[in-house]
Design a binder for this molecule. Structure first.
Ligand SMILES: Nc1ncnc2c1ncn2[C@@H]1O[C@H](COP(=O)(O)OP(=O)(O)OP(=O)(O)O)[C@@H](O)[C@H]1O
Ligand SMILES: [Mg+2]
Length: 391
């Protein structure tokens, strides 16, 4: 099979991963010099998870890198399960040993005595933390203790294997549902774990403010911020052109311009649009791509996202937020005064809704009093389907 032309969805790696050299380098240095922890912040689909994956590839010669997807954490015990398993799995993979994870995972489902035997074959801190979990299963300890033990394990494991450990918590904002307790624990352990570095990533500005930048928050100033911005135009254009080239297809400069205009450098969208453009060209038996082909592909992309955008628009936002988004969609950025005039309501009555939209990174504020919908594809969808403006 040929290598795919574009990669849509999932964690991408080179040659499909582009334009993040600076971010990778910066975080890599922080990791390798143990200088500081990092928090990666960016809107949905900007490429956070892929960045973590590539960071991992980049530093895995020097550190043990484990990622935890916090979306999968619905109760505190999940934090324990996911983190310990991620670490053990990363260790196995890196050092090409086999069977530890399987033995260790017995504590989560096997019979207590069998599981106990299984982990004693591993020994060390893995055995220790395995016993902790077995005690949890026997109701001898509670969830909170489990979380404390998770952080202890990370620390001990790093000491034991004599190599630095990096834990990446992706979608970190999901942990705020646990009332800040985790953050307190994390803080006390971050202070005392020289061999462990943390990377947090998420798509919520309030996460950043409440967890890392509010003076009374436990993690105040404990991590350096890396804001993920859209991929630069030249990088996107070079990428699309060179990917199409692998199939002997040409694309005009104006067509590349148009792709950027629509997708605004959001990686998920330019990969998807690139693919649709390619597919249409194949079906029409064409080996060149023009502006009108981009327009056609973009329209079908919007139709494809109908269900998702419809659900996002109607479920995630209040009535007032929906109206704000509707009027915001008319242009890339608009002044608050214009929105309030369109909505025939005083600007002051919009502040709470605006703040929430800003905090979830739905809306950006390029300058005071001016706002814009962050996700340009979503904006164009709203403009066409809700505002009813066809251009
Ligand atoms: N650096 C990149 N270069 C090219 N394409 C990328 C890059 N990063 C991400 N992508 C594309 O965007 C898609 C989504 O990326 P990813 O899952 O990393 O984003 P995310 O910010 O974690 O999204 P979500 O908010 O849904 O978790 C990928 O499947 C890939 O198609
Ligand atoms: Mg992600």
């Amino acid at each position: 099979m040929d290598e795919p032309v574009f990669m849509v969805g999932g964690e991408v790696e080179p040659p499909f991963f582009i334009g993040r050299d600076e971010e990778v380098e910066r975080i890599r240095l922080d990791i390798l010099t143990s200088a500081q922890n990092n928090v990666i912040i960016g809107p949905r689909r900007i490429g956070k998870t892929s960045l973590l994956k590539n960071l991992r590839n980049n530093v895995s010669g020097q550190v043990l890198f484990a990622s935890v997807n916090c979306r999968k954490i619905t109760e505190l015990a999940d934090l324990f399960r996911l983190t310990t398993q991620a670490l053990v799995a990363a260790y196995e993979e890196k050092h090409m040993v086999r069977g530890i994870l399987k033995k260790f995972s017995e504590v989560f489902r096997g019979k207590i005595t069998a599981a106990s035997r299984s982990i004693s074959e591993i020994g060390g801190s893995i055995e220790h933390v395995g016993h902790v979990y077995l005690r949890f299963r026997e109701d001898e300890i509670g969830e909170k203790e489990l979380v404390t033990e998770t952080f202890r394990f990370i620390e001990r494991f790093a000491e034991e294997i004599e190599e630095p450990v990096v834990i990446a918590f992706d979608e970190f904002q999901e942990l705020s549902k646990f009332n800040g307790n985790i953050f307190n624990l994390l803080k006390s352990h971050m202070d005392s774990q020289p061999g462990v570095r943390y990377i947090f990533s998420g798509s919520s500005v309030s996460l950043l403010h409440e967890v890392f930048l509010k003076p009374d928050s436990p993690l105040y100033l404990m991590a350096a911020r890396v804001s993920l911005r859209p991929i630069k135009k030249d990088d996107v254009s070079n990428y699309i052109r060179s990917r199409l080239k692998t199939r002997d297809m040409e694309i005009s400069d104006p067509a590349l311009e148009r792709i950027y205009e629509y997708t605004n450098g959001f990686p998920f969208y330019f990969q998807k649009l690139g693919f649709l453009i390619y597919q249409a060209a194949i079906l029409d038996n064409r080996d060149s791509v023009k502006v009108r082909d981009v327009d056609t592909a973009f329209s079908s992309m919007l139709r494809e996202f109908d269900g998702e955008f419809e659900a996002r628009y109607s479920v995630k936002f209040s009535r007032q937020q929906q109206d704000i988004l509707k009027y915001l969609s008319a242009d890339r950025t608009r002044r608050l005064s214009e929105i309030s005039r369109d909505m025939q309501t005083p600007a002051s009555s919009l502040t709470t809704s605006m703040r929430d939209l800003y905090h979830t990174m739905t809306v950006q504020k390029p300058k005071e009093g001016t706002y814009g919908i962050m996700d340009n594809v979503f904006r164009l969808w709203i403009r066409r389907n809700i505002l009813g403006d066809l251009e």
